[in-house]
Every structure is written in structure tokens, then in C-alpha cells.
Ligand binder design. Structure first.
Ligand code: NDP
Length: 277
């Protein structure tokens, strides 16, 4: 079995270990909603929390971390730099704001949320500075295409360690995945359940019945077996536990192929080549 429990991690190119499965926090509100979701996730054994300044809930993430009895060094906290903050000085400032809101001394991972090619060099220099001064344990990007990664790699003094992209059975981006693997950039899946759409796919329903698991568990287990880090979001305790319970069964190679075969290059989110926000 490739990954045997919720503590299973991947090793990033700089040696930092990142959990394979974490809790997504988009559209999770500050206050009781996020504090309960994180408390439930930590009880279930999650250690990776994925937020962003754009989600407007970093304050709630900070409160939940402070309330928890889990030592900070056992957690892996990710945040992301929003588009309007790209640029050297504005990135440095935005990072400090995120740290302050989360009451943190450091972050485990900080990502450029979306590519803005004309700003990448300046923004990346800021991330490199924060990384070398020890304020972030790993740096990376989100929603970068192969071409955008190639450009970044050509100027980077510290290469990106993660690319967090839309990934689910209907959008697999195999060429991008292969490029990331080749350059030791960990692939991380956002919207792994396609916001619930993936759970309606006939083949996935059949596999759920065959393994006696839920549709979401089939999808998430498939990612874990492919060593793709994944961050499903839920604010419901039973789903948070359900999504974490993917380490006690294994999909056969043939069934992995069935899921691989569902790719139809179908996005549910924006195309990074044509964003206008
Ligand atoms: P997901 O694919 O994780 O789906 C979340 C939706 O599915 C919610 O409506 C949730 O409902 C529902 N759900 C969760 N678990 C189950 C289950 N077991 N059975 C049925 N329904 C379920 O979508 P997200 O877009 O939230 O993506 C996950 C995370 O990825 C985000 O939260 C965020 O952290 C990150 N992200 C990053 C982006 C980027 O640009 N870097 C873009 C988008 C997301 P409920 O909460 O009501 O349980």
C-alpha cells in the first residue's frame, strides 16, 4: 500500500514534508463555521490547512490553531498571495498581513494564487526573500501552466516546490503533471471533488459500490495512490471524517485506469491562460 494513514506525507524538493491530504477552506466563513471545521478536521487527524488571503478567513484559521492543543510544528499551514498584491513590496506587506491575521510566526507554504506573467519576477523575488529569511518553509505557485512554470524556472534562484491546480477526474492535465514531476514540483489538487460534480459520474458510482466506499472516498483515494496532494473542502463534520477515511483500502491498477480514463479536459474554474481578475 502506497500511503497508509492520514499522516502520510510527500517530501518537497527542499526536504520539507507536506501531508498528502488536507482541509480546503475556500467558502468557509470566519467565526464558528471555520473554527468548528478546523477543530473537527484536527480531531479526524488532518494536519494541513489550506487558506488564502482571498478567502477572507485567515483570522478564523489563526483562532482555530490557537485553540487547538496540537503543537504548531505538527501542522502544515498554507496561504496564498492575492493577485492585486503581486509585486515585490506589496507581496512583502501582504505576507505580513496574512501572518498577523493568523497570529503566526511563519507559514509552511506560501503560493502565488494566480499567474500574472508581467509581475512574476518581482513577486517571486519577494517569496524567495521570505523563504531565505525563514518566514516560510516552502514556496510555490498555483494555477501555473507549463509555459508559465518554464518561465518561472528560468529566473528562479529558489525553484517552486508546489503547483496547486484544478485537478479532478474530468480535468487531469497530464502534460502539466508530467512536467511538475520531472522538475520536482509537487502537484496539489484543488476542487478535487469538482465541488461535488465528480460524485455524480457513473463510473465513480460503480466503483463506490464495488469497494463499499463513498464516491468522494474513491476520488480522493485515487489521488493519494497517485501521490497527488489533495485538499477537499467541507464544513460538515461527517464529510470531513468521511474524506479523511481513505487510507484503509486500495484501488486496483485496473480501477485506477478507469479513473484515469475519465479525463475530458473539463474545467469548473477559470483558465489560467485567460484570467481577468
Ligand atoms: P471541493 O472539490 O473540495 O468540493 C467542495 C464541495 O463539495 C463543498 O460544496 C462540500 O460541501 C462538498 N463536499 C465535500 N465533501 C463531500 C462529501 N464527502 N460528499 C458530498 N459532498 C462533499 O471544492 P473546493 O473548490 O472547495 O476545493 C477544495 C479546496 O481547494 C478549497 O477549499 C481551497 O482550499 C482550494 N482551492 C484553491 C484554488 C486555487 O486557485 N488555488 C481554487 C479553488 C479551491 P460542504 O462544505 O457543504 O460539506
Amino acid at each position: 500500500m502506497i500511503a497508509s494513514n492520514l499522516n502520510s506525507k510527500v517530501t518537497l524538493s527542499n526536504g520539507v514534508k507536506m501531508p498528502l491530504l488536507g482541509l480546503g477552506l475556500y467558502q468557509t466563513n470566519n467565526g464558528k463555521e471555520i473554527e468548528n471545521a478546523i477543530a473537527n478536521a484536527l480531531d479526524a487527524g488532518y494536519r494541513l490547512l489550506d487558506t488564502a488571503s482571498f478567502y477572507n478567513n485567515e483570522e478564523g484559521v489563526g483562532k482555530a490553531i490557537k485553540t487547538s492543543i496540537i503543537p504548531r510544528e505538527q501542522l502544515f499551514v498554507t496561504s496564498k498571495l492575492w493577485n492585486s498584491d503581486q509585486g515585490f513590496q506589496s507581496t512583502m506587506k501582504a505576507f505580513e498581513t496574512s501572518l498577523k491575521l493568523m497570529q503566526q510566526e511563519y507559514l509552511d507554504l506560501y503560493l502565488i494564487h494566480w499567474p500574472i506573467p508581467e509581475k512574476t519576477v518581482e513577486t517571486w523575488r519577494a517569496l524567495e526573500t521570505l523563504y531565505t529569511t525563514g518566514k516560510i518553509r516552502a514556496i510555490g505557485v498555483s494555477n501555473f501552466t507549463k509555459n508559465q512554470l518554464e518561465e518561472l524556472l528560468s529566473i528562479a534562484e529558489v525553484p517552486p516546490m508546489v503547483n496547486q491546480v484544478e485537478f479532478h477526474p474530468r480535468l487531469q492535465q497530464n502534460e502539466l503533471q508530467a512536467f511538475c514531476n520531472e522538475h520536482k514540483i509537487q502537484y496539489q489538487a484543488w476542487s478535487p471533488l469538482a465541488k461535488g460534480d465528480a460524485l455524480e459520474i457513473g463510473e465513480i458510482k460503480c466503483l463506490a459500490e464495488k469497494y463499499g466506499k463513498s464516491e468522494s472516498q474513491i476520488v480522493l483515494r485515487w489521488m493519494i495512490q497517485k501521490k497527488i496532494s489533495t485538499i477537499p473542502k467541507s464544513v460538515h463534520k461527517w464529510r470531513i471524517f468521511e474524506n479523511a477515511d481513505v487510507f484503509t483500502f486500495e484501488l486496483s491498477d485496473m480501477d485506477v485506469e478507469v479513473l484515469d480514463g475519465l479525463d475530458s479536459n473539463q474545467r469548473i474554474g477559470p483558465d489560467p491562460n485567460s484570467i481577468d481578475f
